[in-house]
Ligand binder design. Structure first.
Ligand code: 16G
Length: 233
């Protein structure tokens, strides 16, 4: 996996994007009329990434060093997250495995139909190398018990660099104490830094969680603030 700043578009994503769409330009973020969607995004073609939101080999290629390993007692890793557990990209059927219920432990999920889930999944999957929605599944239970997302933004600044954001980190209450939040954070931070080549990574969190995120190198940026406004949708 490349550690260069510019992220190569892997072949499967190039096919998702249908880059060769006639005018030589890639499609946008997919929020276009259905008729404008590349044919590779039609439901029968969701198998291009075999139902995954991103290429699972990304996870096998994370440089899990001694330093990372030292943070976990007992030792776990992206490829070995614990007995009966698998760490993997979000899959198109994960709404059936409690993914949305898990997110509801973080914030309001609202009404998301099966079609809404699928549409949103496909929009994300066709943005190349951008939405690394990652889950931990309890395979025996067939339930998603933890999740976190690395979102990559493409910039003109910083030598046309990339910035990573960690979003929507949740571990089911029943699985607390198994280092799963730590595992997700270490995995996605390494992925953003080494595999994607982000020049910066950031996240938003409550005061009570600052200590937790500091373990992975995140720190307050004195003089900079997080501003927001909210809209009724
Ligand atoms: C937290 C999450 C953020 C999520 C937000 C939802 C992390 C690191 N931060 O800030 O990703 O989007 O909560 O809260 O997981 P909201 O519904 O109030 O925006």
């Amino acid at each position: 996996m490349s550690t260069e700043k510019s992220v190569p578009i892997d072949e499967s994503h190039a096919r998702w994007m249908n880059i060769d769409n006639g005018d030589g330009k890639p499609y946008g973020d997919g929020r276009t009329e259905k008729s404008n969607k590349p044919s590779s995004l039609e439901p029968e073609n969701t198998s291009l990434l075999d139902g995954n939101i991103y290429d699972p080999t990304m996870l096998a290629n994370i440089p899990w060093s001694q330093e990372s390993q030292a943070k976990f007692k007992p030792g776990i890793s992206p490829t070995s997250p614990g007995v009966g557990l698998v760490l993997r990209p979000l899959r198109i059927e994960d709404d059936q495995k409690g993914f949305l219920t898990l997110l509801a432990m973080l914030t309001s999920v609202g009404h998301v139909s099966a079609e809404d889930f699928r549409n949103q999944f496909e929009v994300m999957a066709m943005c190349p190398n951008s939405y690394y929605v990652t889950v931990i599944e309890d395979v025996e239970q067939g339930r998603v018990v933890g999740c976190a997302t690395l979102i990559v933004e493409y910039k003109f600044i910083h030598s046309a660099g990339t910035r990573g954001r960690i979003e929507d980190v949740v571990v089911s209450d029943a699985y607390r104490g198994r280092q799963l939040g730590k595992l997700l954070l270490e995995t996605l931070t390494l992925m953003g830094r080494h595999n994607v080549g982000c020049y910066k990574m950031s996240l938003e969190c409550k005061d009570s969680l600052i200590k937790f995120y500091e373990q992975f190198g995140y720190e307050k940026d004195p003089g900079n603030n997080y501003l927001q406004q909210r809209f009724k949708v």
